[in-house]
Design a protein around this ligand. Structure first.
Ligand code: RP5
Length: 155
């Protein structure tokens, strides 16, 4: 089986991609390899299922799922894999991302989506949360996170 990344980033649409720039920059800073794919939960359900199953079996440890509007993507990923899923609600549409936020955070009990905020702070926190999860079993990531937080103290 092809090597899978430690963090898989899934987007509901190519139009979401700009919101992930900060996320991928931070993952790079923490030395975490990632892969980004655009796979819609409602337009490409079979492809999504296939990708997540392969990533799960290949050892991907965390999924970051970014989507707007009713944002089913992270919940569906959580239904396929029991690895942690971080949901990033994308701003836009008539409700400016509040719809995506509530869709992700209000998952029925049993299939959690660790939801970060709408907008640039959420984009940043998605990467940091993924790094914190990986740091539990990776001292190199933990050290990089400590450096990052030391810098926050200076600012
Ligand atoms: C969601 O709907 C996507 O995540 C995107 O944020 C939003 C609109 O996507 P398009 O239909 O414009 O591709 O699925």
């Amino acid at each position: 089986m092809a090597k899978t990344p430690r963090v898989a980033i899934l987007l509901g649409s190519a139009s979401d991609e700009g919101h992930l720039r900060t996320t991928t920059e931070l993952l790079d800073r923490f030395g975490i390899e990632w892969e980004l794919r655009v796979i819609s939960a409602h337009r490409q359900p079979e492809a999504l299922h296939e990708y997540v199953r392969a990533a799960d079996q290949g050892g991907t440890q965390v999924f970051i799922a970014a989507a707007g509007l009713s944002a089913a993507l992270p919940g569906v990923i959580g239904s396929i894999s029991s690895r942690p899923v971080i949901g990033l609600p994308i701003p836009g549409g008539a409700l400016h991302g509040v719809d995506a936020l509530l869709s992700m955070v209000q998952m029925p009990g049993g299939i959690p989506v660790a939801t970060v905020g709408v907008g640039s702070n959420g984009s940043k926190n998605a990467a940091i949360l993924a790094a914190q999860i990986l740091a539990l079993s990776d001292e190199r990531v933990a050290a990089k996170l400590r450096d990052y937080r030391d810098e926050l103290r200076v600012g």
